[in-house]
Each structure stands twice: as structure tokens, then as C-alpha cells.
Design a protein around this ligand. Sequence first.
Ligand code: ATP
Length: 383
Amino acid sequence: MTTYQSRLRQAQSYLQDQDVDLGYRLLLDCTIDTQDMSLYKRAIELTDWREHHANHTKDFITKALSLSEALTHVQPDEHEHEAVVITAKDVEKKYRRDGFKLGPINLQLHKSQVYGLVGENGNGKTTLLRILAQELAHDSGAVDYSLKADTQTNYDLRSRLAYVPQRTEQWYGPLMDNLKFVLANYNVAPDEIETRALMMVARMGLWSYKDLKWSELSSGYKMRFELARTLLRQPEVLLLDEPLANLDVLAQQVILEDLKSICNSPVNPVALILSSQQLYEVEKVSDRVIFLKKGSQEIQEQSDNADVLQLIIEMDIKATRNELESALQPVGLQKLIFNGGIYIAYFKETTSFNQVLSILGTTQADVVYVRNISKSTRRFFID
Ligand SMILES: Nc1ncnc2c1ncn2[C@@H]1O[C@H](COP(=O)(O)OP(=O)(O)OP(=O)(O)O)[C@@H](O)[C@H]1O
């Protein structure tokens, strides 16, 4: 089974299970993969129908499944999924003014992979993204690009590297015109421009906002439009600086899942690197997390079969330090850090997370949350 077919099957199963939003978004991704304008138009009509029949979920599912049936007859060409697109070797950059030094950075970025770039404020995330996006020159080391598109000139290269900065600029004029303008600039056939722009609006959940003005959008929706405009360029590498900054928690999860699904397209796979302070949300979707501390890099493998790790638990619990220490010492507590709000507890390697959960369950204390951070980059923020 091809990746396209398995994504389509997944979309159908979400729809059948009534996970309508998730299923429909994936169905739209599969539709985009076909690059077939007649299917795009069907998806656009269906999106508009849904907008006007918000409570007709059953009918909508039937119509969406009928579209998915039409998609089963298409066999798009799939590209090499995990090809290396950027290799950074010993990259260094120093700002003379404040003496900040980034690097040496060594990275290899692959298509279809999501890279979370995390670190405290002022640790070099923006600097690294701008270097990778060719917005900023580095002092030493090398950054090599191996893109599918013919990138003989710097202009070609940069059109395939899409960088969205933290603060984006205002759009002028109708939102749809801005989207269509991008497509016109990228040599899209005139009769496809409207359809492709509407399809992207549908995919990014912007259907009911497309006729508003830029100034009428919330900052979260401004970011969504900015992403829509960027994705229309069909980049091979997408570099996003703090895309979650203005989004509520639910919107953060949706946009991350959306971005991951879009980057996993078998037809136009994208390497996505995004910086964020939302550590847990980013870790959840990232294939790898790059942690920067004072400009130096640590890479956290998101692997379930890593070697045995020391158990580290973060918890918000209404208990005194003494109460917690005496409860946890029998299961191998080694160190307890309290920062005034939450506790971080370190255990022997032989202690399991379930043992700790059982003990906490028997205490009378009010447990707000408990999280196993043994493999999370969160632990770097503490040490
Ligand atoms: N153009 C510049 N000239 C001089 N120093 C700079 C410049 N840009 C950034 N810096 C400094 O480099 C350091 C790293 O900044 P950078 O913006 O890369 O970090 P960051 O991790 O993205 O921070 P934040 O999370 O606050 O956005 C900071 O000390 C910053 O003051």
C-alpha cells in the first residue's frame, strides 16, 4: 500500500468513527496530493456546503466519504520521503555587539520530518533559523542544501526555503488576492489560481474568514493566513519562528497536527523546523527536538527504545516537601527539586513510573498533574 493510500484509508476511518474534523483535514491533504483540479473543486464545494449546513454532520460524512471514494481512483507519484535537504556542519555565528555566540551547530534535516527547536529566550533559536533560511550569514562552517527543485540561483534556492518570522507584516487588500498573487508569482496556470487558493483556504480552516480584512483577523488567524500563503509556494523546507505564540492551547495542537500532516505528504514532503516555548506540544509532534542552551546545541532523540534512563518526574501536587520525600523515598527517590510551583523528582534507574503513580495514588495529597519527563527536553531546562 502506498503512503497516499494509507493516508486516505486513515481519513476514511476517522470519518466513519465520527472524528469529523480530523478526518476531513486529512481528506483535504489527500485531495491536495492528487493535484487534480476537478477533485479540488469538489472538496471546495463540500467545504462551502459544510459551512452552510453546520448541524448536518451525518450528511457531511456521507458526502466526504463519497469524495474519498473518488480519491481512491487516483495514484499520485510519491517522492523520496526522508531525503536529506539541509546539512549544517560546524556552523558558528557571533554577534559582536553583545558577544553572543551560536554553535558549533551540526544538523541534518530530512524531508517529512518535524524538528522542534526549543530553548529559553535569547539562546539563539531565531539566529539559527535565519541562518538556515539564508536570511543571515554565518561566520564559519557550512550549510549545504540538496533540494529537488533546480536551485541554480540564490533566488531559486530561497523560494524553496520558506521562512516565517516571529512578527509578520501586515497584508494589504483582500486576503484572497494576496494568496492568488503568490500563485501568480510562482507560475501557476491562470485557470488554476483561484481553485488552488480556495483549496488552501479550505485546508487551513479559513473558509469563513476569507472575506475579512487583515485588520479584522485575530493574531492566531493572521498566522494561519501567513502559513497558507507560505504553503502555496510548495516549499521543501519550512522554517517557522514561534508559530504558536498567539494561539490558545487547543489551536496550538490543531496547527501542529496540521503542519505535521502537510509535511508528511508523500507528493510534496517538507522538512519542518519550528521554534517554540511550548515544549510539550512541540515534543508531541516532533521527530527530533533540538535544544539550544546559550547558543550550544543538544539533540534529543524521540526514541521509545532508548537505553534505560533515570526516571525524572515533574508534578504539581499539594504536598509539603517533607510529605513528598517520605512518600517517595521507599520507591527510590534520589533528589527532589521544588521551584515554588512544581516539584521535579529524580529516582533510581530501577524505579518505574507506575510505581510512583501507585504511591501518589495512596497519598491524601491533591495531585494536579504528574508527567514523566525522563525523555523530554524539559529536563535540560532544569539542570
Ligand atoms: N542582530 C543582532 N545583533 C546583535 N545581537 C543579536 C542580534 N540578534 C540577536 N542578537 C542576540 O543574540 C542572542 C540570541 O538571540 P535569538 O533571537 O537568536 O534568540 P532566541 O532563542 O530566538 O530568543 P527568543 O526566544 O527570545 O526569541 C540574544 O542575546 C540576542 O540579544
